[in-house]
Design a protein around this ligand. Sequence first.
Ligand code: APR
Length: 270
Amino acid sequence: MADCCTQRKKLCYCVLLCFLVAGITGGAIGIYKWRYTGLNRWHGKGSTPNFQKIIQERCDTYTQQIRPDSRSRDCQGITQAFMSAFISKDPCKATKEDYQPLIDLAYPTVPCGKAVFWSKTKELAREYAKGRGLLTLEDTLLGFLADGLSWCGEPGSSDLNYQSCPDWKKDCSTNYFSVFWEVLSERFAENACGTVQVVLNGSIENAFDKMSIFGRVEAHNLRSVVMLQAWLVHDPGKPPRDSCSGSSIKELESILNGRNVRFTCRDNLR
Ligand code: APR
C-alpha cells in the first residue's frame, strides 16, 4: 500500500515537472517570437503617429501657403506615392527605385547659389539659411513633408509599424527612412549650382564625417559647376575639436578636387 502511494507521488511530481518545463519553454519561445518577429523587433523608434495625415496636411500647407507657386502639385498623389513606396514591404529592403515615383512628382531643386547642406548641425543650418534667404533640403517639398518624421511598414500589413523601425547601424542600412534621405539628398546635390554652402560642426572630432549623408552622398554628387563654401561652426560652450586645416576637412577637399568642385573653408563661426 505504502509502495503504491510513493509510486503515485513520484508520478505526480513527474507530471508537475513536465508541465513546469513545458511552461518555461513555451514562455521563452513566446518572448523570443515577440522580441524578434513582433512589431517591436527593431532598434529604431517606430513610425510617427498619424504619419499619412501629417504628410497630407504638410503638403497642403506647403503648396498653398509656403510656396503658392507650387499650388498645382497633386498632394493626394504625392501622399499616395509616399505611402506606396514602403507600405506592406520588408522594412529592410528599401531601394532607390521604391521612391522614384515619389521623387518624380516633386523633384528637390532650389535656384542656383541658394543651397545649404549640413551635417550634425541641422537646426543651426536652418537658421543660417533662413537668415540669408538660402534653402536647405527641408525647404523643398519632400524634405518639408518628411522633416523629423519616422516611418516603416510591415510585410503583409497595410498599416505602418508604430512600435519600432529598423535602425541604420543595429538593424539594416537599407531601411526606408535612410534610403529616402539618401535618394532625396543625392538629387538635391546633383542639382545644386553656383556657390553653395555646407554648415559643419567644428565642436566634434570629425567635422566632415565620410559616413554621413553629406559625406557619403552629397559631396560625391556635386557637379563641377559648383563652388562649395564650408562653414565650421563651434559650439560656444565647447572647445573646438576640428578646424579647416584638420584631416577631416582635407578629406572633403580631396573628394571635391576629384570632382573639380572649387572649395573654401571658414573657421570658428558661432
Ligand atoms: N529630419 C529627420 N531626419 C533627417 C533629416 C530630417 N530633415 N535629414 C536627414 N535626416 C536623417 C538622415 O538619416 C541623416 O543621416 O538624419 C541623419 C542626420 O545625420 P547627420 O550626420 O547629422 O547629417 P547627414 O547624415 O550628413 O545628413 C544631412 O543630408 O539630409 C541631407 O541635405 C541634407 O546636407 C544634409 C545632410
